[in-house]
Design a protein around this ligand. Sequence first.
Ligand SMILES: O=C(O)[C@H](O)[C@@H](O)[C@H](O)[C@H](O)COP(=O)(O)O
Length: 232
Amino acid sequence: MEPNIHEFADGTVLAEKLADQVAHRLAAALEAKGAASLVVSGGSTPKTFFRALSGRDIDWTKVTVTLVDERFVPMDHPRSNHLLVRENLLQDKAAAARFIPLYHDCPSVEEAARKATEATAAIAPPFDVVILGMGGDGHTASFFPHGNNLAEALEAAGPRRVLSMKAQDADEPRLTFSFSSLTDAGLLVLHIEGQEKKDVLARAQEGTDENEMPIRAVLHRASSPVDIYWAP
Ligand SMILES: O=C(O)[C@H](O)[C@@H](O)[C@H](O)[C@H](O)COP(=O)(O)O
């Protein structure tokens, strides 16, 4: 299924449009089920979008927010995605949402992944909204090229869970939802910005080796349509 590409004049316009689309999708889920789930990525790209979404007027008390992936660091660590989401998304109206962290203070990242799987199992599948980012190496979530658990993480019919991931390109051990947990979302978005990321996307779309560029698994075999949001 070919991705749908939405291009915007700049990151601010993109953030407002994406916040509108996500709020609309969450509101529809709340109307239909009385609950909604939002699963977001970390990194530097989503900050403006998070701030725009935090002010949208939906019943956030019934929305569960969690992370696509997390660095294996405590919440007060500057590289924590939980910290990023707490400071930028869980503010204003969205402060009322329930947040489920992936990080757990365990002796190993493998044990933390088991605890994160248990802690997130209560979120009814499929997730309503999943927002992915992409690194310059073609990783998404914590599906890093040549990651130690990459094959398992990318299994099409693998169990819904959180796995640990270690990779040369990752600054620290990671916790990541599996491909199967993320890619049947009601709304599956890849949010990237800048010409460099657009060039990386083009290279990913031309090739098939998922170990080299794991984003290819999402682009080529996600069960949900992929909506790419891009601004210069
Ligand atoms: O924990 C993370 O870093 C993210 O989940 C990761 O997958 C991110 O989306 C990309 O690395 C892009 O990051 P930037 O937005 O900083 O380029």
